[in-house]
Design a protein around this ligand. Structure first.
Ligand SMILES: [Zn+2]
Length: 501
């Protein structure tokens, strides 16, 4: 079965499903819903952000094992930049916001094949999608650049980008045999990934529940209509499966906490993204990498901050060494020592702080509680509260008998038990992110309403964290051999199997 995967960036499940119920998305209703299944509880991955959250659809793996734990990250294993010279930043840190996006294909673990690599004997196409490893035909998102430049003038908007993505697919299908020199395949692709960024842009600028966002979703609906018409005209409609999903939802945001600035005031030299030229010159005690603006990795030098501060003296940390949990609880800053975990988890804008003790054990801290996630074998997880209130708020589930603290469940059981809570699938998601050596010593989920980095203009929607608003995504499967059921919870990783079925 041929398949087309349409990734609508940043569309919330409740918003899209609500609009379907209101009958304001006629094309998605006709071509997808009436020929398929709406999965009620589909969750994305942590971090719920563009880039790392694209990869599960196209590889079937979590961002942790793929070693892509954020839209921005720092690689402490590659040690410090002074050994690399002026191009150091290409080696040990990444910012996928901008041209860094082209590095995703090589950053992702080569051991895990992409869907394009799995289908290497067939024609495949990646349209505006940044993850393209193994794709036969790649259409890079140049339209995004136009939207960035002409967006403020409203001459070329993000909705035009989504329309252009659909038109490119149409061109690829309709003109297959015509113009080889234009890099058009000679037969319609067996698999195409089509990326539409418009909804995410509207959500950040105007809020995920805004009229502008609904307008952008209606525009996507129109594009689905065009894609369906192309398939009907070419007599491919009945032999093509169409899957629609999203990499994350968004939560409305009105408050912006400058996490990097805060750590500077504590007495640390902080390197933060986007890295400026001046920052690139000095050493640093800490690196802050914010994703989707609702989650962040904090990387801390094992030795802590020296008493004499930059710029009068260069400090050279050995970044290949990682501070232990004990080091973090008694961490050297300029004027003494501080418990970094307490310091950060007590901040109002922070919902939870995650830290890894070893391969099998991760910790969850909130302002008034401490939980522990353990992993056994390949696929069993337990979660227990060791102090205060449950930082994941699962007490109600325990009361209902759905889970018990300290009990071992497999990943499917965790997903089913927790998919309707404020932090769906959290134990599994926390365990997987720490599989990446590029994850921070502290990983933060911000409180609802807050994000961790100011932007101009201020964002009205954020994501990256573990809240239901950002983790729950729509998943619609039309005309597939895969027996998806509406009431069976799925992860976006499972879409990989759906697309290959
Ligand atoms: Zn996104």
């Amino acid at each position: 079965m041929r398949s087309i995967f349409v990734l609508i960036d940043g569309v919330r499940a409740d918003v899209l499903y609500g609009m379907l119920n209101e009958k304001s998305l006629p094309n998605i209703r006709k071509h997808i819903v009436e020929r398929g299944v709406i999965v009620r509880d589909a969750v994305t991955v942590f971090p719920s952000t563009t880039g790392p959250a694209h990869a599960p659809f196209l590889t079937g793996a979590f961002p942790g094992p793929l070693n892509m734990p954020g839209i921005r990250w720092f690689d402490r294993k590659r040690n410090n930049y002074q050994n690399y010279g002026p191009l150091a930043w290409l080696q040990f840190e990444r910012d996928y916001v901008g041209p860094g996006a082209f590095a995703m294909n090589t950053d992702m673990s080569g051991k895990i094949p992409t869907i394009f690599e799995r289908l290497k004997d067939s024609t495949t196409a990646a349209i505006f999608e940044p993850i393209t490893r193994g794709a036969k035909f790649i259409y890079p998102p140049l339209a995004n650049v136009m939207a960035k430049i002409f967006g403020p003038l409203r001459a070329f908007t993000w909705e035009h980008v989504d329309a252009l993505a659909a038109r490119t697919l149409e061109l690829v299908y309709r003109c297959s045999a015509l113009v080889k020199w234009m890099k058009i395949p000679s037969e319609p692709p067996v698999f195409s990934a089509v990326y539409m960024p418009g909804v995410d842009e509207a959500s950040h600028e105007h809020g995920p529940l805004s009229e502008n966002t609904r307008h952008a979703i209606k525009n996507v609906d129109k594009q689905i209509g065009h894609i369906a018409k192309t398939l009907i005209d070419l007599d491919l409609y009945d032999e093509t499966s169409i899957v629609i999903s999203s990499d994350h939802g968004l939560r409305p945001t009105s408050l912006h906490f400058d996490l990097s600035k805060f750590l500077t005031t504590v007495g640390l030299d902080v390197r933060t993204f986007p890295v400026t030229f001046l920052q690139g010159l000095g050493e640093f005690d800490a690196t802050v990498a914010v994703s989707g603006n609702g989650m962040a990795h904090i990387y801390l030098a094992k030795e802590g901050a020296e008493d004499i501060a930059y710029p009068f003296q260069y400090i050279k940390h050995d970044w290949s060494k990682k501070p232990s949990l004990g080091d973090l609880e008694n961490y050297r800053i300029r004027k003494g020592h501080v418990n970094m975990i307490d310091l950060v988890s007590q901040l109002l804008p922070i919902e939870q702080v995650f830290a890894s003790e070893n391969k099998a054990t991760s910790h969850v801290f909130s302002c008034n509680g401490h939980g522990v996630v353990k992993r056994k074998g390949r696929n069993d997880y337990s979660y227990d509260v060791v102090r205060g209130e449950d930082p994941l708020g699962y007490a109600a589930l325990v009361e209902e008998g759905k889970i018990a603290y300290g009990e071992w469940l497999n990943d499917r059981e965790w997903l089913s038990a927790t998919c309707k809570t404020e932090f769906p699938d959290a134990p599994v998601q926390i365990a997987q992110i720490f599989e990446s050596s590029r994850s921070g010593d502290l990983v933060l989920n911000s409180r609802s309403g807050w994000d961790l980095m100011p932007e101009i203009p201020p964002h009205k929607g954020s994501h990256g964290g573990l809240h239901a608003a950002e983790m729950k995504v729509p998943l619609l499967v039309a005309n597939s051999n895969y027996q998806a059921k509406p009431d069976q919870p799925l992860r976006t990783l499972d879409v990989f199997d759906i697309l290959l079925s």
